[in-house]
Design a protein around this ligand. Structure first.
Ligand code: ARG
Length: 402
């Protein structure tokens, strides 16, 4: 394959720094790097400088947290989508947006390929590759880690030394970590043994529930059409709000997930997630769902949430079906406006109060006191009709067994 110019997803770490050099040597092409700020909590200017130092002709860095939260995270949030019941999809939601920006930059810069540092056995390669072909079917895709001869970290360090590529001086943790504003994913190292209990040093986004304050902390979240708009009564933009939610939930030990999950490529993998803000906001949103959505709407939304999570996890972001589900969820959740109070205490987040102008909860119908307006007599007829098919069927069975 011949390549003239490539846009590389660049994190500033060892892998992607080695890739800059490797691409130039193997394809004799120009390399442009792209680094997105999705809220990974890193200083981006040094990353830009490093990209240029290791041989990129241009280095793009940009803060896309707002777009990430509004157009990607909120899609999954409306559904309350969790992959395999636990994972709020932080890493998975970031990939299509990064790919979209890379394709846009490639087109603008006249590049004929994009490249990323994902391995051949993970989900992220799928999300990059599949998003790229969906957006530009002619764009070439290079994933050096799938192709190259550098089979270990030591081999990469060797290569880096030989080519004067700066090696990160910080003591490397044995884990593979991906972080953004919606959550942090940790895998590999000792975690590969599913019977190994994660040690405290693995966590960096949440306080240990054991160390968390002994008094509960309360947070109120205001929602407008399913989107969080205020925290503790203060209106704020979505980026600030999620950051605050991370901070508050994080200090109360909320949002630790330990899962053995099914990767798309057929391998089971053990992952630790830390999603303090996401866990808090999803809990609060659920409180509003319960108050506002009727039974059929809630149950259908919950069923489709599983599908939505799969689409995101599988790299099927840029598809008609995902877009159609987004439209469905927007319509369904348009009345999700209201206020929810959540109690945080040593790792738990529990909705304790909720209100909405669109609540279809009716106290006069629900109550057991004298203000009750429900006509109990109707209960008998309802039960008769509801049970009728069972009654008929039971009679037939009895007759057969005689
Ligand atoms: N298993 C998660 C996913 O497929 C996270 C992948 C990235 N994880 C990591 N530790 N680098 O979305």
């Amino acid at each position: 394959m011949s390549v003239k110019k490539v846009v590389l997803a660049y994190s500033g770490g060892l892998d992607t720094s080695v890739i800059v050099k490797w691409l130039k040597d193997n394809y004799h092409c120009e390399v442009i790097t792209y680094t997105a700020d999705l809220g990974q909590n890193e200083d981006l200017e040094p990353i830009k400088a490093k990209a240029l130092k290791v041989g990129a002709s241009k280095a793009f860095v940009e803060d896309i947290r707002d777009e990430f939260l509004k157009d990607y995270v909120m899609g999954a949030f409306r559904f309350g989508a969790l992959y395999e019941n636990k994972y709020p999809l932080a890493t998975a939601l970031g990939r299509p947006l990064i790919t979209k920006r890379m394709i846009e930059i490639a087109e603008q810069e006249g590049a004929d390929a994009i490249a990323h540092g994902s391995t051949g056995k993970g989900n992220d390669q799928v999300r990059f590759d599949v998003s790229a072909v969906a957006l530009n079917p002619d764009m070439k895709i290079i994933a050096p880690v799938r192709d190259w001869e550098l089979k270990s970290r030591d081999a990469e360090i060797e290569y880096a030394k030989k080519h004067n590529i700066e090696i990160p001086i910080t003591k490397e943790k044995p884990y593979s970590i991906d972080r953004n504003i919606w959550g942090l994913s940790v895998e590999a190292g000792p975690l590969e043994d599913p019977f190994f209990e994660p040690t405290e040093d693995i966590y960096s986004f949440t306080t240990s529930p054991l160390e968390a304050p002994d008094k509960p902390e309360y947070v109120t979240i205001d929602f407008e059409e399913s989107v969080p708009v205020a925290l503790n009564g203060e209106k704020m933009d979505i980026v600030t709000l999620v950051e605050k939610a991370n901070e508050i939930a994080g200090r109360n030990g909320v949002g630790r997930v330990d899962i053995v999950e099914n990767r798309l490529v057929g391998i089971k993998s053990r992952e630790i997630y830390e999603t303090p803000g996401a866990t808090l906001l999803l809990e609060a949103k659920r409180g509003l769902d319960e108050l506002v959505l009727d039974r059929e709407a809630l149950h259908l939304k919950d069923t489709l949430a599983i599908k939505y999570a799969e689409l995101v996890y599988y790299g099927y972001w840029f598809t008609d079906v995902r877009e159609a589900l987004d439209s469905f969820a927007k319509t369904l959740t348009k009345n999700l406006t209201g206020t929810v109070k959540v109690k945080l205490y040593k790792g738990s987040a529990t909705t304790v109060a909720r209100k909405s102008p669109y609540a279809i909860y009716n106290q006069q119908l629900a109550t057991y006191d004298t203000t009750d307006t429900f006509n109990h007599k109707f209960g008998e007829a309802f039960c008769y009709i509801w049970g009728l098919p069972l009654k008929v069927s039971a009679a037939v069975k009895r007759e057969q067994n005689k």
